[in-house]
Design a protein around this ligand. Structure first.
Ligand code: F6R
Length: 259
């Protein structure tokens, strides 16, 4: 696991977007696992800018989103399908049939979740999975105590997550407490994982994810089992890391080796 401390969110977004754009050049039908929320917005802005400048072609890219709320229609302003349309899909000429979200309705949700898993495998697996992290350490909507081997399924959101995300809802607006999410086992099968975290509110979660014992109580700690994960943090999110100087030194050496 590499920990890359950035001076600003913009620097992190630049590095993450740069990696995705390089991967896209090498593989035009790249398979991306995507996150929503405030964290990836800077990355999406850069992908859109690259597309508008004619530097990135998304026409063959396949995407799988991490999660979606149960009970919101695709057009609901708070649905993650709306979020993705507004922040990325609406501006990059991606093909509709190449965009997938975890199922949130239908007769047999369990079977639909299994089908989502199969679709990921049929696409050849996720090349790059983008992640944010909850202040309780969740990845996707795998809340604390989620099985580290879990697959795509419906989860009940914790009060902590509902409270953190209440900022996106107007007073009195219905906030769903169920979501379908890729499982931790699903996420760990991605070939490369890029997690970003900003702000001191997430410092405990980042500390537990990077330096804590692997525990379902801090779901992101499962990433320690993944062979190719990079964690981009600002100073706020890095505040509780005990080996911060070491991580900086590792990055200096990595840069030295690749130049
Ligand atoms: C969203 C997701 C969540 C968020 C996390 C952080 O698709 O999977 O795990 O990444 O809740 O949210 P923000 O970025 O809004 O702080």
């Amino acid at each position: 696991m590499r920990v890359i401390e950035c001076s600003t969110r913009d620097e992190a977004a630049e590095l993450v977007a740069g990696e995705i754009l390089r991967a896209l050049q090498a593989k035009p039908d790249l398979v991306l696992g995507l996150a929503t929320g405030s964290t990836p917005v800077g990355v999406y802005e850069r992908l859109v800018a690259a597309h508008c400048a004619g530097d990135a072609d998304f026409s063959e890219v396949r995407t799988f989103n991490l999660d979606e709320y149960v009970g919101l229609s695709a057009l609901h302003p708070q649905s993650y399908r709306t979020f993705m349309r507004e922040h990325l899909f609406g501006s990059i000429q991606i093909q509709d049939h190449n965009v997938r979200f975890p199922p949130v309705d239908g007769f047999d949700l369990r079977a639909a979740c299994e089908q989502y898993e199969r679709a990921i495998v049929d696409a050849g697996g996720i090349d790059i999975q983008l992640l944010g992290i909850g202040s309780n350490g969740h990845i996707g909507f795998n809340e604390p105590t989620s099985s580290l081997a879990s697959r795509t399924r419906v989860k009940t959101l914790t009060d902590k997550t509902l409270g953190d995300n209440a900022r996106f809802y107007k007073e009195g607006e219905m906030q769903p407490e169920l979501a379908t999410t890729m499982g931790i086992g699903t996420i760990l099968e991605a070939k490369r994982i890029l997690l970003q975290s900003f702000g001191e509110k997430k410092a405990d979660a980042i500390h537990a994810a990077v330096e804590g014992p692997i525990s379902s109580f801090w779901p992101a700690s499962a990433l320690q089992l993944h062979p190719d994960t990079a964690i981009y943090v600002d100073a706020g999110s890095a505040a509780r890391l005990t080996m911060r100087d070491y991580y900086r030194r590792v990055e200096r050496n990595e840069r030295g080796m690749s130049s």
